[in-house]
Design a protein around this ligand. Structure first.
Ligand code: SAH
Length: 244
């Protein structure tokens, strides 16, 4: 039997409106959909009647292997991630577990939270920026600290993914303390929650106040660079043109 194909699909932050046409078309072609339950719910209308491979949040490798094996049995499979599948998503692990197998793989990019959240706040990432995940699940905290210090030293604007979870509530305060070693407390910051989903919200604050802001696993946090300012309620990192 011929091997099938795996489409690794970034779904964007939530909802059909922020998915690409290419992602929607690929989903239509797939008879089997693999992904975290919450994401499958977000696209329920698009995958009605299709076979589902669901595993819990922390069983990503099992999910990738199940997707690979389904493709090896001849199926056309979608492996879905929220946002972009290559940004803290399933594209890397899928490529790793598929190494050496003859499977056709196509990776379809999606709008990552840094972009969809940045658009809600204004334009915080206009110039050079860094993304840092505060999840210590796969990255030792010392490494996260080193990256935060590096981003602050380089005057990068920063998008923080995974700033908290139910069990992990101290990551954002710890990150703030590290950034405050270098950056002034007035540094403009923003938080977005549930982008593109019910209850979407945005808030502006400063680095000095950031640690006290409510945040959870559906929040993405933005820290401006030394030039970032608030203009009419927007978080703006100037591009640097003269005369504006
Ligand atoms: N692949 C995803 C990121 C997965 S890591 C992407 O490219 O966006 C999970 C983290 O992403 C969350 O903790 C949060 O920080 C961010 N995130 C993903 N979807 C989000 C949404 N709809 N609203 C706000 N933050 C989101």
């Amino acid at each position: 039997m011929e091997n099938g194909k795996i489409y690794v699909i970034g779904l964007g932050p939530g909802g059909r409106a922020q998915m690409t046409e290419r992602a929607v078309r690929a989903l239509e072609k797939c008879g089997c959909i693999a992904g975290y339950g919450l994401y499958l719910e977000l696209i329920a209308g698009l995958i009605e009647g299709k076979e589902r491979i669901e595993t819990g949040m922390t069983r990503e490798i099992d999910r990738c292997k199940a997707a690979r094996d389904a493709a090896l049995s001849g199926k056309t499979v979608a492996l879905v991630s929220s946002g972009d599948a290559g940004v803290y998503g399933m594209a890397g692990p899928l490529l790793e577990v598929s190494a050496g197998y003859e499977i056709d793989i196509e990776i379809i990019p999606g709008i990552t939270a840094a972009c969809s959240g940045g658009a809600l706040l204004g334009s915080p990432l206009t110039c050079d920026f860094a993304c840092v995940s505060l999840s210590g699940l796969l990255t030792p905290w010392e490494v996260i600290e080193r990256r935060l210090r590096g981003a602050a030293a380089g005057d990068f604007a920063i998008a923080l993914y995974n700033p908290a979870s139910k069990k992990r509530t101290d990551a954002l305060p710890r990150a703030c303390a590290i950034l405050l070693e270098t950056l002034p407390p007035e540094t403009v910051c923003g938080l977005v929650r549930s982008i593109g989903r019910e209850g979407e919200s945005r808030a502006l604050t400063t680095l000095g106040e950031l640690a006290a802001q409510p945040c959870d696993m559906l929040t993405t946090v933005f820290i401006g660079n030394s030039a970032t300012r608030v203009i009419d309620g927007w978080m703006v990192t100037p591009r640097g043109y003269r005369g504006v």
